[in-house]
Ligand binder design. Structure first.
Ligand code: HPA
Length: 275
């Protein structure tokens, strides 16, 4: 069963953030691999380490710091989450989406996420970007399991349009203006932390996946359940297992995430200027 304290913990965390921030943004950007340096380009108005926020989980992955910023990004007041929580770290999907509920409680209406993903569709090459049109979350423990949080949304939420079309059109427009190639495709979630086998990737390709990764889906489900608009962009950091014949490594993932960092940051800045 759901922890009966979950909702009150969410409210407590939101209350703490409210006490630390004068103006509450209505958009939240979650920085995945490669986007960390974006925070060097904004002057933050508030910086709150995750450990100060009541009930917030801690990040455990190298390269994922635990810091919530309030900053202006291209003139738009934004919560920036530097570091997120993954199921493979040992968190439940409810823990991993705790921050999404906190953001919803603070009145955030738009959740923008970035992540690293392996390219299943051969068009998706390392260091290129893909905006997520839909996901396959069949392997994801639902963050909505247990007693429904009626304060946020219904027991059986529709998932026909988890990713908002108008936000997607805005980022496509931004990419065109910057002449940054931006694919569109379906993101498949796997639990990790091991990468997939070639046979798994062939199966995921048959299911209709274009890229594969270990984050984002639970958060998108919780956000859509909370009535938020969702946009998510994957940085393709490697060919998925078996596609190039080369073994996968976290080093390669980080290298390609960093190689595309300039484009991902420019794209986000342009997109935010249109919000
Ligand atoms: N599989 C799963 N997660 C990933 C990958 C991958 O190939 N690349 C980056 N994150």
């Amino acid at each position: 069963m759901t922890d009966p304290d979950y909702y009150s913990n969410v409210l407590e965390a939101a209350e703490y953030i409210r006490s630390q921030v004068t103006d509450i943004p209505d958009v939240c950007l979650v920085l995945g691999s490669g986007l960390g340096p974006l925070t060097d380009r904004v002057s933050s108005i508030s910086t709150i380490p995750y450990e100060k926020i009541p009930h917030f989980p801690r990040t455990t992955v190298a390269g994922h710091e635990g810091m919530l910023l309030v900053a202006k990004l291209s003139g738009r007041l934004t919560f920036i989450m530097k570091g997120r929580f993954h199921y493979y770290e040992g968190y439940s999907t409810k823990d991993a989406t705790f921050y999404v509920r906190v953001m919803a409680s603070l009145g955030v209406k738009t959740l923008v996420m970035t992540n690293a993903a392996g390219g299943i569709n051969e068009k998706m090459k390392p260091s290129e970007l893909m905006v997520i049109t839909d996901h396959i979350g069949l392997f994801c423990d639902s963050p909505l399991r247990g007693a429904n949080l009626d304060e946020f949304g219904p027991r059986f939420p529709d998932q026909t349009q988890v990713y908002d079309v108008s936000l997607r059109n805005k980022i496509i427009e931004a990419a065109e203006e910057l002449q940054i190639p931006l694919h569109q495709g379906v993101y498949v979630y796997t639990r990790g932390p091991q990468y997939e086998t070639p046979a798994e990737i062939r199966a995921l390709k048959t299911l209709g996946g274009d890229a594969v990764g270990m984050s984002t889906v639970a958060e998108a489900i919780a956000a859509s359940h909370s009535g938020m608009k969702v946009l998510a962009v994957s940085c393709i950091t490697n060919y998925a297992a078996g596609i190039s014949g080369q073994p996968l490594s976290h080093d390669e993932v980080m290298q390609n995430a960093n190689a595309s960092s300039k484009n991902s940051i420019a794209l986000m800045e342009k997109f935010f200027s249109k919000l």
